[in-house]
Design a protein around this ligand. Structure first.
Ligand code: AVI
Length: 312
């Protein structure tokens, strides 16, 4: 069932208040993506330092004939996320599916992007589903009998800690059924300097994206967090193989949110996002743990990004 706006507002309030009072303060990354946050993420994908989007797009263009040869004709493509206007057409053009089902929690964004894809593929049945894809939802009835291909590009899986990531993969498997295929993008481990540059770009767009969370808290939860008391920091956590985004207090600071008082000392931080990076075996193991058997994989010449096809 779709959360109403009030339920969303309530969930945001609960997550922020619990997160700011936790022993290791953290706010779930999903709250980075209000309208402004989504626009800023879009800007990030075009930054020279942020290699994942252009690398995955180039890779898909390059290897799509090989991918398409492994996908049954007349499949239903279920994309987890609204669908990008660059990556999704590469797949749809190559495999000529019978139906395309984008699933996204943001109805406006989903309907706009579905309408754009429909205009580019007039003969294709486009069936958008407004739902939070991490929760349970139903696929449109008309696609029951079609072979299914899940599409989960962008290394979005990396924003989930492994425990929730494997839960999510199992949920996709239950939804799509035995015999379904999944085409998933997974970012590779690489030299730390490149990772840090991608998540702390010189133009400061990622910093703005991160700090926008505090603006959102102030606006929607009647907060008075002084924005100049926090700075963006990207950290590489080698043990957990992930980039972490933090908002670090640059001085001792006190503020209130939704009537509650908080105190952060200089140097303490609010953890706002994880972006896990995978080695080849780690990526396959993650898929296997989630109920998917990898059957083929492709990487760009630098081995920066992998696209894996797996079977349920
Ligand atoms: C959406 N997700 C895959 C991005 C990533 O690379 O983990 C989010 C992001 N955060 C900062 N830059 C990009």
């Amino acid at each position: 069932m779709l959360a109403t706006l009030d339920e969303q507002a309530q969930a945001f309030r609960e997550d922020v208040l619990a997160g700011l009072s936790a022993p290791i303060p953290a706010v779930p990354a999903r709250w980075l993506y209000d309208r402004r946050g989504s626009e800023l993420f879009d800007d990030i994908t075009r930054l020279p330092a942020y290699y994942p989007t252009r690398t995955e797009t180039g890779l898909l263009n390059e290897v799509m004939p090989d991918i398409a040869a492994r996908i049954p004709r007349g499949a239903a493509v279920v994309e987890f996320g609204a669908g990008s206007q660059t990556k999704t057409p590469i797949l749809l053009r190559a495999i000529a599916p019978a139906a395309y089902v984008p699933v996204d929690i943001s109805g406006d964004y989903l309907n706009d992007s579905a309408a754009e894809l429909q205009a580019s593929f007039p003969g294709l049945e486009v069936l958008p589903v407004v739902a939070d894809f991490v929760r349970s939802f139903n696929l449109p009835e008309g696609i029951d009998s079609l072979p299914k291909l899940g599409f989960f590009p962008g290394s979005t899986i990396g924003n989930f800690v492994p425990r929730s990531g494997t839960d999510l993969l199992r949920h996709f498997r239950a939804l799509l059924g035995t015999g379904a295929l999944l085409l998933i993008g997974m970012d590779r481990v690489k030299p730390i300097e490149r990772l840090l540059a991608a998540y702390d770009d010189p133009a400061g767009v990622t910093a703005e994206f991160n700090l926008n969370l505090l603006e959102r808290i102030n606006r929607e939860l009647d907060g008075d967090i002084p924005l100049d008391a926090f700075r963006h920091e990207a950290r590489w956590n080698d043990i957990l193989s992930r980039i972490e985004m933090h908002l670090v207090a640059s001085r001792d600071v006190e503020f209130s949110v939704a009537g509650r008082h908080f105190r952060f000392s200089a140097g303490s931080s609010i953890h706002t996002e994880n972006s896990h990076k995978y080695g080849p075996r780690g990526a396959r193991l993650m898929l296997l743990a989630g109920g998917w058997t990898p059957i083929a994989e492709w990487t760009d010449p630098n081995d920066d990004f992998a696209v894996i096809l797996a079977e349920a």
